[in-house]
Design a protein around this ligand. Structure first.
Ligand SMILES: Cc1cc2nc3c(=O)[nH]c(=O)nc-3n(C[C@H](O)[C@H](O)[C@H](O)COP(=O)(O)OP(=O)(O)OC[C@H]3O[C@@H](n4cnc5c(N)ncnc54)[C@H](O)[C@@H]3O)c2cc1C
Ligand code: SF4
Length: 500
């Protein structure tokens, strides 16, 4: 028998988890489908290899189109709560330059036909910050104090970060394996679990969505449901008035492409953009070996940052302090100045000094030159193709972080390769269908009742950590769907539940 909901949401991360929770709280019957397992704080342990296996997607690689570039690893969570369940919870708002770039990229406009600006997102940023309990983290430990004077000397003062961690944070440093105290907020403990208890939210974990179901009765394409595989291998079809795909910027394009959207839309300009304009906010850890113990693995990972170079004209990167990976990730990722991975006795000797390292995380403004595509056997693939400006910023951010560490007294400086944890933009949102995949409220330009609600829609990569913005855009989408201006949803049979 076919199951029917008001809304089906695919993916329970920053975007999907919030949308599912808020729509259920607004009185809607919602089904949330998540490919990964349902784990809670009770399951989280600081067992690095096990957490990587059970809570993260296998590392994906962005393949270079230029022969002289190395492939770049891409990281994300695969469990209920998505990447918010394994991230470091830094909460930053977009800059004014970020909004300008959104308009330039895809003519994103507000309901009054003006360029989309901070005023349009601010109520949602504030709403999300309030629910997550965003607060300042000024509890700098030794690993930050070691480098702060060098930032000062270089004229790039460190400031405290804002973060969605509450006072129960015991600074254990295991955010990337899930927060064992629930001090670290994620969409599971803030949006999903409360809506399961108080509202009509049904969660199905271990449910891998294969495609969106679409129909055309002569009046254009519309989404009618999704098909997913459950853990036992069985295939299910479920139906709804509205489908929201929020599987993240690396997975959402593949779901749409494998659904045959491009063919059904006869290669419309917007359908040809699915998977294009992937941005990475390219990151790198640069680590210094000091004489004094730093214990940078046993702190809340990021309590400080320097925003001096945030604008493109000032350099186009930000630097966060101070963190290092857990030992396996640390040992596997280290490379020398030429990008050659460290190994053998040299690596053993450095690992013996693990507690003496402190690290800076650099993140670079990019220009969305990557892409997501589906190969002949139906697999998701990713490409990178940095342009000269992007490469200049990557090099400048590395040189600056090396300078800081050397000035702070590091005996040796090593770094990881470039990597990405902040993918965005692969189904960009805009008011111009020639330049975007979804409209200004997240609805597909090609398929009615199909919405996208995750990092894919960010029109140009942000200059800050993206989760707060993704959640604010998701909150705006949830409000729009709950308001039902489009008339897609049946009259609600339940009273809305007040947000906690
Ligand atoms: C190590 C790390 C640290 C980070 N730290 C920060 C930080 O401090 N601050 C910050 O702002 N951002 C941070 N981020 C980034 C931030 O968490 C992400 O940008 C954000 O969670 C992305 O939201 P999303 O909804 O697009 O995707 P996700 O949160 O990744 O959610 C997508 C969900 O969809 C599921 N899914 C995928 N395919 C399918 C399918 N076919 N069927 C069903 N479900 C599917 C996935 O399993 C996942 O749960 C960090 C990321 C990483 C990896
Ligand atoms: S450092 Fe704080 S937020 Fe991170 S896992 Fe530990 S208790 Fe949770």
């Amino acid at each position: 028998m076919s199951e029917r909901y008001d809304v089906i949401v695919v993916g329970s991360g920053a975007g999907g988890g919030l949308i599912a929770g808020e729509l259920a709280d607004a009185g809607r019957r919602v089904l949330l489908l998540e490919a990964g397992p349902h784990k809670s704080a009770a399951d989280y342990t600081r067992w690095e290899a096990r957490a990587n296996h059970e809570m993260w997607w296998p590392i994906a690689w962005a393949e270079p189109t230029a022969p002289d570039q190395p492939p770049m690893p891409l990281f994300r969570g695969r469990l209920v709560g998505g990447t918010t369940s394994i991230n470091t919870k830094v909460a930053l708002r977009p800059s004014s330059e970020d909004y300008e770039k959104w308009y330039a990229a895809a003519a994103l406009m507000n309901d009054d036909g003006e360029p989309f600006s901070e005023a349009d997102l601010l109520p949602h940023l504030e709403r999300v910050e309030q629910r997550l309990g965003v607060r300042v983290r000024n509890d700098w430990q030794q690993c930050v104090k070691t480098v702060a004077p060098a930032f000062h000397e270089l004229g790039a003062e460190l400031e405290s970060v804002m973060s969605y961690t509450d006072e129960n944070c015991m600074r254990c440093g295991s955010c990337l394996q899930g927060c064992p105290t629930n001090a670290g907020k994620n969409t599971l403990n803030v949006y999903i679990q409360p809506a399961i208890v108080h509202s009509d939210l049904e969660l199905r974990a271990d449910a891998y969505v294969r495609r969106v179901l679409m129909e055309d009765h002569g009046d254009g394409l519309q989404a009618t449901g999704v098909e997913y595989a459950s853990a036992d291998g069985n295939i299910h079809q479920v139906h709804a008035e509205v489908v929201v795909v929020a599987a993240g910027a690396l997975s959402t394009p593949g779901i749409l492409l494998r659904s045959g959207l491009r063919e059904a839309a006869h290669d419309s300009p917007s359908s040809l953009l699915i998977g294009r304009n992937l941005g990475f906010h390219v990151a790198r850890l640069v680590e210094g070996l000091f004489d004094k113990i730093q214990d940078a693995h046993a702190v809340y990972p990021i309590t400080a940052h320097s925003m001096k170079f945030q604008r493109d004209a000032d350099g186009g990167f930000i630097v966060e302090a101070a963190t290092i990976q857990d030992p396996i990730g640390f040992a596997a990722a280290l490379s020398d100045d030429n990008g050659v991975p460290l190994w053998g006795q040299e690596l053993v000797d450095l690992m013996r000094r693990y507690r003496y390292f402190t690290g800076l995380l650099t993140m670079v403004n990019d220009e969305n030159t990557g892409s997501v595509w589906v190969d002949d056997v139906g697999r998701d693939r990713y490409s990178i193709n940095f342009n000269a400006s992007e490469q200049r910023r990557i090099d400048a951010s590395l040189a600056f972080a090396q300078d800081v560490l050397r000035k702070a007294g590091a005996r040796r400086v090593v770094q990881t390769s470039t990597l990405s944890t902040h993918v965005q933009g692969s189904c960009r949102m805009g008011s111009d269908p020639q330049r975007s995949v979804v409209g200004p409220h997240g609805e597909s330009h090609d398929v009615r009742r199909l919405f996208i609600g995750d990092s894919s829609v960010v029109p140009r990569t942000l200059s800050v950590n993206p989760s707060l913005t993704i959640m604010a855009l998701a909150s705006r989408l949830a409000e729009y769907l709950a308001g039902d201006r489009h008339g897609y949803l049946p009259a609600s049979s339940r009273m809305p539940v007040a947000a906690a």
